[in-house]
Write a protein that binds this ligand. Structure first.
Ligand code: SAM
Length: 401
């Protein structure tokens, strides 16, 4: 819900001013240069076909292109997410910036931030999108932004090294070209998908690798081309999907669907549930057979699957059983207690493993604050260290202090 919806104003300049104020109020904009960029760019010129109230709504995307399955392949991202990522990028005047995934409007914000002495290049894999971005940029007075048609997996080496690289499609991995293409003290802001959850992570260079400054949950269209995620998905029934990118996980559609028909069993940990995103990092790093369970509103309303699966929840999957996290109010202490819902013949064993992790998290990690994420490029070690996830181009390592 945004303040815009309540506003009677329908003039683009007024809507824009309103948007900037609301983005500040919600702490999406925290610095003056980003506020100035959002105030300067005529956002509606980058989506001339969309209603003004949609274009200036803080949390709404504008659809641009869909594939044959009716899934978005390109959208104009919502202002709130764009502002958060531009703040994460910490851009200064005069910088050389690469955006991977075009649309036009974000490149215009970038051009405002780097000023007339800076350079912005935006690359997209889809010719329609590049052409559209070019037209909109020229129309709105941002002719100096360079547009390139290419698979962003290879970066745009002609313009490297970059002070900043901002990726605006969900990346499953970090290809060598992005690290190579960064200045020594450069920054990469990338919506990185780790075990099915995407977070916009601001990374700085750390020798040959990367170390995080900050991260925020984010939702993006998936990266296409060479770097596309290789995930397996099982549609158990209408509105229930289990997905995984981990080769160890057995995804037996029939058996898991059958498990859902078996009685639902609940197990309670006695441990507090809070800091959901930190807990999610911990669970996905430690579950022995990790997947993600998604359920539609209808399925949740029917009571078959818990509301925790609305946006996807870490699940522990065996050949014929599934367990996932839930929560309930804790009347004694206030707040919530974490628990597990499990179905299938191995419900109890899966719940035991899950509960152990929920308790370990509450005892050892909950008070340690945000995690630090490292990307260590190179071939996989023969034994994967603790708290790491294997990618094609390196490993993601997560630590708490
Ligand atoms: C969310 S849209 C970009 C939004 C845009 N930055 C804006 O200003 O709102 C994601 C874009 O990434 C593009 N994309 C997907 N895979 C890509 C790849 N491998 N290389 C370059 N662009 C890619 C899609 O075609 C799509 O246009």
């Amino acid at each position: 819900m945004t303040a815009i919806d309540d506003s009677p104003v329908r003039d683009p300049a007024a809507l824009r001013a309103y948007m900037v104020r609301a983005l500040r109020d919600q702490d999406a904009i925290t610095t003056e240069p980003v506020a100035a960029a959002f105030a300067a760019v005529p956002r509606h010129r980058f989506a001339p076909e969309a209603p003004l109230d949609v274009v200036y709504d803080l949390h709404r995307i504008v659809p641009v292109k869909k594939d044959e399955h009716d899934l978005h392949t390109s959208v104009m991202s919502a202002p709130h997410l764009q502002a958060v990522m531009l703040e994460q990028a910490d851009i200064e005047a005069g910088m050389n910036v690469l955006e991977i995934g075009s649309g036009g409007v974000n490149a215009a914000y970038l051009q405002e931030l780097v000023g007339s002495d800076g350079v912005v290049t935006t690359v997209d894999i889809d010719r329609d999108i590049v052409d559209r971005a070019r037209r909109c940029l020229d129309d709105a007075g941002y002719g100096q932004v360079k547009t390139v048609l290419a698979d962003g997996e290879t970066g745009v080496p002609e313009g490297a090294p970059y002070d900043r690289i901002i990726v605006t499609a969900a990346a499953w991995d970090i290809p060598p070209s992005w690290i190579r293409g960064l200045m020594e003290n450069g920054r990469l802001v990338v919506p990185l998908t780790v075990r099915g959850t995407t977070r916009s992570i601001a990374f700085g260079r750390d020798g040959d690798g990367l170390v995080s400054h900050s991260y925020r949950l984010a939702h993006f269209v998936p990266m296409q081309g060479e770097g596309a995620a290789k995930e397996r998905k099982a549609l158990l029934r209408d509105g229930v999907v289990v997905q995984t990118d981990d080769e160890r996980v057995p995804l037996n559609t029939k058996a898991l669907d059958h498990a859902l028909d078996s009685p639902r069993r609940e197990f309670w940990s006695g441990a507090a549930y809070d800091m959901p995103d930190e807990l999610e990092w911990y669970l996905t790093l430690h579950l022995s057979s990790p997947a993600r369970l998604h359920a539609s509103e209808d399925v949740i309303a029917s009571g078959l699957v818990d509301a925790s699966a609305r946006l996807g929840v870490p699940a522990l999957v065996s050949g014929d059983s599934i367990a996932y996290r839930t929560r309930r109010e804790n009347e004694d202490t206030g707040g919530f207690e974490s628990g597990v819902v499990a179905h299938g013949p191995q419900a109890e064993a899966l719940a035991d493993e899950y509960l152990r992790l929920l308790r370990q998290w509450a005892q050892n990690h909950r008070r340690r604050g945000a995690a630090t994420i490292r990307f260590l490029p190179g071939p996989a070690p023969s034994v994967l260290p603790q708290n790491t996830v294997l990618k094609r181009h390196g490993i993601v390592a997560v630590s708490w202090h």
